[in-house]
Design a protein around this ligand. Structure first.
Ligand code: C5P
Length: 398
């Protein structure tokens, strides 16, 4: 995962309780530190049976606390001091027993006492056997925690260490870290409704052949994630790509430009901002054959007709949302992008060189708006997406 350099180092208390998923906490700590987050591990006695405190100490460079009576803390109030020093607490893994303690306000070990004495948000990633998860008492405790404002992350369904299959697997380290990073992003688009198109479209020629554009969808998906992190309600209309849906967004999958237009028309009246990152195929075959076209002579010719321009449609509405376009060019980048912004009547366009960006995890972007040109130096797409959201939040005022 890329270092997305939070402006100020954030501090997180990582609480480990007893469960086999405790081994994943080491990876969580490592990924958080890579993201410039200061991690303070606290382990219950049972957690120490699954993974050694030395592992967490070495990864975080911090003393690991597990004892309520730890006399390394000057005033002997570990439960107060440690929780005051952090911006957020993440319990991963959270056992059924620990969830029960949290829900009922127990404070009979260091970690539960720290949670009770906290003045910061608490995230809990449950991990347990499926029957423990499904047990009404566990579900009752989770309802209580949610009511108290605790954020429950997962669990997922799948194979369990006990050999059974079902709900109860802890979310993967990467997924949990994404949620924490998202929590730390500034809420620049709080409650704004953002519609994003991403990926290529595919225009069928016959039952098995088609024309498409080269596009991985990585930029559009990163923008969806960045907008969601910024507090927006995000709908992502995606062409066929091999990417996982970003956490917490509504996704509509489409195939052709026509499908994309239908989906955009359905959503557009409900949004504040429209970001058109999709590589829409400009043309489609005039006639689509339901059957595979057979080889009859040496050559065949294909008549192509224009696809609708979805961005132009959105920008041309009587009350358009704030529209953002993309220009992927192979030459004359700046001139083509500027011309496109004017032609499509949009306030902002993001330009990039197609040969440098397609399929890559990084890109260089140049933004053009009424004030001129803004260079976003080469960086991972998620970083560029956050910069773009930041720029949009400055221009968009409603
Ligand atoms: O004209 P060009 O395809 O280069 O413009 C790129 C911008 O227009 C992108 O934002 C793209 O998503 C959008 N577009 C569209 N519908 C099309 C073609 C492009 O929305 N048919």
């Amino acid at each position: 995962m890329a270092n997305t350099s939070l402006l100020h180092a954030k501090r997180l208390l990582l609480g480990l309780t007893g469960g086999i998923a405790a081994y994943k906490a080491a990876e969580i700590a490592r990924l958080l530190i890579q993201e410039n987050i200061d991690v303070q591990p606290v382990m219950t006695k049972s957690a120490c049976r699954f993974v050694g405190p030395a592992t967490l100490q070495a990864l975080t460079g911090k003393m690991v606390f597990s004892d309520l009576w730890d006399d390394r803390i000057a005033n002997n109030m570990a439960h107060i001091n440690i929780s005051r020093d952090v911006d957020v607490i993440l319990i991963a893994p959270a056992s059924a027993d620990f969830i029960a303690k949290l829900a009922n306000g127990f404070a009979n070990d260091l970690l539960s006492t720290l949670c009770l004495a906290r003045d910061c948000p608490l995230f809990v990633a449950p991990a347990m056997n499926r029957q423990m998860w499904e047990n009404p008492s566990t579900q009752r405790n989770l309802t209580l925690l949610r009511r108290d404002g605790v954020i429950i992350l997962g669990p997922a369904e799948g194979a369990q260490a006990c050999g059974e299959t079902g709900m109860g697997r802890m979310l993967e380290a990467q997924e949990l870290v994404k949620v924490i990073l998202s929590f730390f992003q500034p809420k620049l688009l709080q409650n704004k409704r953002v519609l994003i198109t991403a990926g290529p479209t595919y225009e069928a020629i016959d039952a098995i052949r088609g024309i498409t554009n080269l596009s991985s969808g990585k930029m559009g998906y990163s923008i969806a994630r960045a907008a969601q992190e910024a507090g927006a309600k995000v709908t992502l209309i995606s062409g066929p790509v091999c990417l996982e849906s970003p956490f917490g967004i509504t996704q509509i999958n489409i195939v052709s430009a026509q499908d994309m237009l239908v989906a955009v028309k359905k959503e557009i009246s409900n949004v504040d901002i429209f970001i058109s990152a999709a590589a829409v195929a400009d043309f489609l075959p005039a006639k689509i054959s339901n059957q595979k076209i057979k080889k009859v002579g040496k050559n065949i010719s294909l008549k192509l007709v224009s696809n609708p321009d979805i961005l132009e449609y959105a920008a041309g509405l009587s009350k358009p949302p704030f529209c953002v376009g993309f220009a992927a060019e192979t030459e004359n980048l700046e001139k083509n992008a500027k011309d496109k912004r004017i032609k499509k009547k949009i306030p902002l366009i993001a330009a990039n060189l197609a040969q440098d960006t397609i399929g890559s995890d990084e890109s260089t972007l140049i933004l053009f708006d009424d004030k001129g040109k803004h260079l976003l130096h080469k960086a991972p797409k998620i970083v560029q997406a956050r910069r773009l959201i930041n720029h949009i939040s400055l221009l968009y005022k409603k």
